[in-house]
Design a protein around this ligand. Sequence first.
Ligand code: FES
Length: 267
Amino acid sequence: MTLPGGNPERNSPTSVAPDEVVWEPVVAEPAIVAPIFDELTRQRTKEIIARYPQSRSALLPLLHLVQSVEGFVSQDGIRYCAEALELTTAEVSAVATFYTMYKRTPCGEHLVSVCTNTLCAALGGDDIYARLSAKLGVGHEETAGEPGAPGSITLEHAECLAACDLAPVLQVNYEYFDNQTVETAEALVDALQAGQKPHPTRGAPLTDFKTVEMELAGVFPDLARSVEGPSVADETLRGAQLAADRGWRAPAMPDSPPDLPALPEKK
Ligand code: FES
């Protein structure tokens, strides 16, 4: 396995292999790629790959590791993963462009994801997104402030965040802020821009986008802090608690599947 070492000649856009498919970066990249993946990142890359029987299975965490360094996945990051995993850049690009958690533009210090899926939208999520968008002067996947600089914020619409019982919700760096209103969401963004890190409703204390990306890669410099805090809310457990209080039980699973009605013959 060869890990890329930031060789400017090899990483130059002019050195693209004939079979290489290059995705178009949304932001302009420098002509000569800087060696941004340092020795520590390469060491972490080896450790992540060693966790899997097949190296290609490490692609998703490696893309998160790239984001923990760059704040997004650049063309350089695509090549880094491809070389580390002996994949083509086309295969890596296909994965990186499929999942919304992999960003094509540099993110702010914080990523604010407002759920605008059905339930949250009906309960105020659309209003929250609209107010934050107007306040920050940015749209979906755009950043207010210099990406990566303190207080910079990337805003995005999010699909259902699996917290409908606490709607409307938003996340900051994937940590939950439940039962939001336009006013609480605005105050939260004010605090982030002022350099504060309000405690999420549940989950670990707030850090920043790059730190969380490292954790998503499976690297935990401070594991105790990363798992600190409650992970469930009373609302989520209410149904189970009601059932327990009333002695309700789900019927046992039958030993064999029930007979299905015969299908009409195809003509
Ligand atoms: S619709 Fe927003 S969490 Fe499900």
